[in-house]
Design a protein around this ligand. Structure first.
Ligand code: NAD
Length: 468
């Protein structure tokens, strides 16, 4: 069995304790990995703090080089990383490979950025410039759905800006992050990057640590609120990328057969465990039956299985707790709607739930109003697109959303009134490192990616320079 170590102060170390990591496709122990205690957490933060003065004084060219070297290292080990990611997370191998490929692209994107001071005002008398100074120790906390690429939303911009980092992955998917740590540990000075793993018990100690100056958190809205509380005492900077309940509003001019495969893919990729997956579909009466039938047919054809098996399109739900939670949504679907396809949970082993399409369900039910974060999709009938938009906007979440139409002007007008950080027209879930990503309402706070996301890892430092 492969062994895994944490990275603290430049050294690969065992945990004070250990814990088992389960393969969700087999429910067997995949590996035993380190579990840090609070002493090791303190050591990681102390190492990051000690490394900060020198790292923040390196040239940006040095830091760009380090990120490019990390990208090269990840790329060189892509096959091993992908396989491990599939085994711990459950996603099909080609999806895992795409996640690793995206991670490389994310690192390279940030390696190509700079943080030049901007001239705010320049006259004969004075120049006022905005410099971007690093913040100090960043706590980076990631969830279990995309452990590697969500790490790449944080680590490259944090390091590029001159911060040092303590990274903590989710306890059910720590292995690919630990492998990443081992691969890159000697590409930056000791303490610049630290990785610790826990059993869901160190997050609050990390975020509350007085030497942590910025928290970059991706996870659930409930935990995000706790992070916000921890940040308050030290008035720490923080960014929160949280849950969503993305609505897809289909307008009456589309051909349901044409859009169904794309809508299906954006709803069920990674078995629905995507923060910006389509989580509810609003369809007009005129094409409601046809769209439900087309999506139902796709669900029936879907190949669900172990992500390592060739041909698998959808893997298991990632962990037991989520598996049980999604079954609660299936119960709600049975009670409040009609299951068109899927719905039957096979006997184990494995946390498998087939793609499930639910019709005749309304707003006000658990499946429509809450974030299912799993492969169960409600389709809600509407007669007026304004009502569908109002229902979409009534959610406390506001991560993403989409409008589907052949009339781009009409779609654009509705899209502009959607209360979410991102809206796509005839698309969904597409992200790229140069496009800012933000959640509205209870889906988040702050921005990740692009120049705006990079700026969140810095303190704006305004310098007034007299010129005569
Ligand atoms: P979670 O909030 O349970 O856990 C996320 C991380 O926070 C884990 O590493 C966990 O160990 C850590 N954590 C737990 N308690 C903590 C605390 N008190 N303080 C600090 N950290 C703590 O979320 P999850 O179940 O791992 O992930 C699923 C959720 O994440 C979904 O709601 C999903 O929508 C959301 N998500 C959001 C985005 C986004 O970018 N908006 C992306 C992916 C996932």
């Amino acid at each position: 069995m492969q062994s895994f170590k944490m990275l603290v102060g430049g050294t690969l170390v065992d945990g004070a304790n250990s814990m088992d990591v389960i393969n969700p496709a087999t429910e067997e122990v995949l590996a035993t990995c380190p579990r840090a205690d609070t002493k090791q957490l303190d050591q990681a933060v102390a190492a990051a703090k000690a490394a900060f003065p020198a790292w923040s004084n390196t040239s940006i060219a040095d830091r760009q080089r380090a990120l490019n070297k990390m990208a090269d290292k990840i790329e060189a080990h892509a096959a091993d990383l992908s396989r491990l990611l599939t085994q711990e997370q459950g996603k099909p191998l080609d999806n895992a490979a795409a996640e690793i490929e995206g991670t490389v692209a994310w690192f390279r994107h940030f390696a190509a950025q700079d943080l030049e001071a901007t001239v705010i005002e320049e006259t004969e008398e004075r120049r006022i410039e905005g410099q971007h100074r690093p913040l100090g120790v960043v706590a980076a906390i990631t969830p279990w759905n995309f452990p590697i690429i969500l790490m790449a939303f944080k680590i490259p911009p944090a390091l590029l800006a001159g911060n040092t980092v303590v990274l903590k992955p989710a306890p059910t998917t720590p292995l690919s992050t630990l492998m990443f740590a081992e691969l890159v540990h000697d590409l930056v000075p000791p303490g610049v990057l630290n990785v610790i793993t826990d059993a869901n018990d160190l997050g609050s100690a990390l975020t509350a640590h007085p030497d942590v100056k910025k928290i970059s958190f991706t996870g659930s809205t409930a935990t995000g609120k706790k992070v916000m509380e921890s940040a308050a005492s030290g008035l720490k900077r923080f960014s929160l990328e949280l849950g969503g309940n993305d609505a897809c509003i289909v307008l009456d001019d589309v051909d349901p057969q044409t859009i169904a495969p794309t809508v299906f893919q954006h709803a069920f990729q990674n078995s629905g465990q995507v923060c910006i997956a389509i989580k509810r579909v609003y369809a007009p009466t005129s094409i409601y039956d046809e769209l439900c039938d087309a999506l139902g047919e796709l669900a029936r054809q879907a190949i669900v299985g172990d992500g390592l098996e060739q041909g698998t399109q959808f893997g298991p739900v990632q962990n037991k707790m989520q598996f049980e939670k999604v079954q609660g949504f299936l119960d709600d679907a049975e009670e409040n709607g009609t299951i068109v396809a899927g719905g039957d949970v096979p006997e184990g082993p494995g946390y498998f739930i087939p793609p499930t399409i639910v019709r005749d369900i309304k707003d006000g039910t658990k499946l429509v109003d809450d974030e299912q974060f799993g492969p169960v999709l409600p389709i809600i009938e509407y007669s007026d697109a304004e009502d569908a938009l109002a229902a979409a906007n009534a959610s406390p979440y506001g991560l993403g959303g989409s409008i589907w139409s052949n009339d781009i002007d009409r779609a654009y007008e509705l899209a502009s009134r959607m209360d979410s950080g991102t809206v796509w027209i005839n698309n969904h879930t597409e992200l790229s490192p140069g496009v800012p990503f933000a959640g509205a309402k209870q889906s988040g706070f702050g921005i990740e990616l692009a120049a705006e996301g990079l700026a969140e890892f810095t303190q704006l430092h305004v310098v007034h320079v007299p010129l005569r």
